[in-house]
Ligand binder design. Sequence first.
Ligand code: PFF
Length: 463
Amino acid sequence: MAARGAFSNRLGFILAAAGSAVGLGNIWKFPFEVGLGGGAAFVGMYLLFCFLLCFPVMVTEVAIGRKTQKNAIGAFNSLGFKKWNFIGKLGIFCGILILSFYNVIAGWAFGYFFEMAVGNFSISQNFGVYTSNVLKVGAYAVVFMLFTAFFVSKGVSGGIERLAKILMPSLIFMIFCLVGYALTLPNAFEGIKFYLVPDLSEITMSTVGGALRQAFFSLSLGMGALITYGSYLSKSDNIVSSAAFITLADVGIAFIAGLMIFPLVAFNNGGDMSLVQSSQAGPALIFVTLPGVFETLGAGLGAFVGAFFFLLLSFAALTSTVSLLEVPVSYVVDEWKLDRKVAVGAVALLIFIIGLPSMLANGASGFFSGSFTMPGGSTDFLSLAALSADTLLLFGGFFIVTFAAYVWKKENLHEELAEGFDGYHASFVKTFIDFAISYVCPVLLAILFVLVFLNNFFGINLL
Ligand code: PFF
């Protein structure tokens, strides 16, 4: 066990897993998905999915990891169900795909740290020029991957844990300050209305699918990241309460990021919220919205706050990229017995190369920037990679709970969850988890996966 590494205590695990969950998904992706999904109705569904469907998947992943002390593929082998290790294989594939584009966006955010530091607020008008400058964004992406590789090579307690301990609280504090500021700006209320007052006519199949995909992505579920992190967790720790904390922290941070962004969008556009469904929305949303707002703070303070914000966002992204890289690395180290540093170098390089088309997908190459035909019109490579990966997470989530409930058997899952949780067997939460993994999650995830898949990729709307 010692050779594999372990978290030094429960707090270390919680912070690392929350660090994995909280990232670009909360601050970059959540707001634009809410925007594209039509606002508050999307938010409501997202919250429902997080607690009803995702929380049970999260406890299951962590329990499988801790029980077996193995990576995402090895865990299934070690439980004696080798045939089911396709779930882990799919997870590793998904992790590689996600990291390949996530690293590009993280590079953009990191680059914005420098742009804000020199007071280049007008970058929001030239965002397309920025992202199509391959040398620039490519260099940031290289640096970001090197940071990620560095922390993963130090192992869980040396790198990942220490990083999360300092940075998460700072980011939360900063977002709260920005929410306070945003709410004082003209037209802020229009943004809040869009965000919090639901318009039920906005609920369509693509909104439901978007909310579910976002819930899985944001909580780092469905690809074995939490099997991997769970494998470093000690037997005396309470999985259920840890998972509850992680879910609450992740959802809470996404929620306050929305409270920050939507008033700012409304402020920038004189109360007109249609922008969030226009061409400036999508992956560009925070990058075109925030600089103009920082500018209103005045040159000096604006540069300071802007730079600090994007620095913290980059750190939040880093605790997520670290968990994404850890999934394939942990497999290679456990099963191929490769030295950790060699494994990290090889896997990081491979993923960086796979990410090249995503890097070219925002202006640098006409082909990668828009020639992929989808039901809603043509799209770019990065958006397609993100959509495919998110959809696969639902597939993974379905198989993980189904495996635990019906193949590994839920008695074994409960036994693992009871370790470190006195009174688990008599608790309400056990009844909830039992019901959720036996019926609610498998049935709803299967149905929703099929509906989402047909809708996203073939434009077929069965609802
Ligand atoms: N949850 C991360 C975010 O919201 O930014 C992204 C992510 C990390 C997804 C790790 C999946 C994963 F395994």
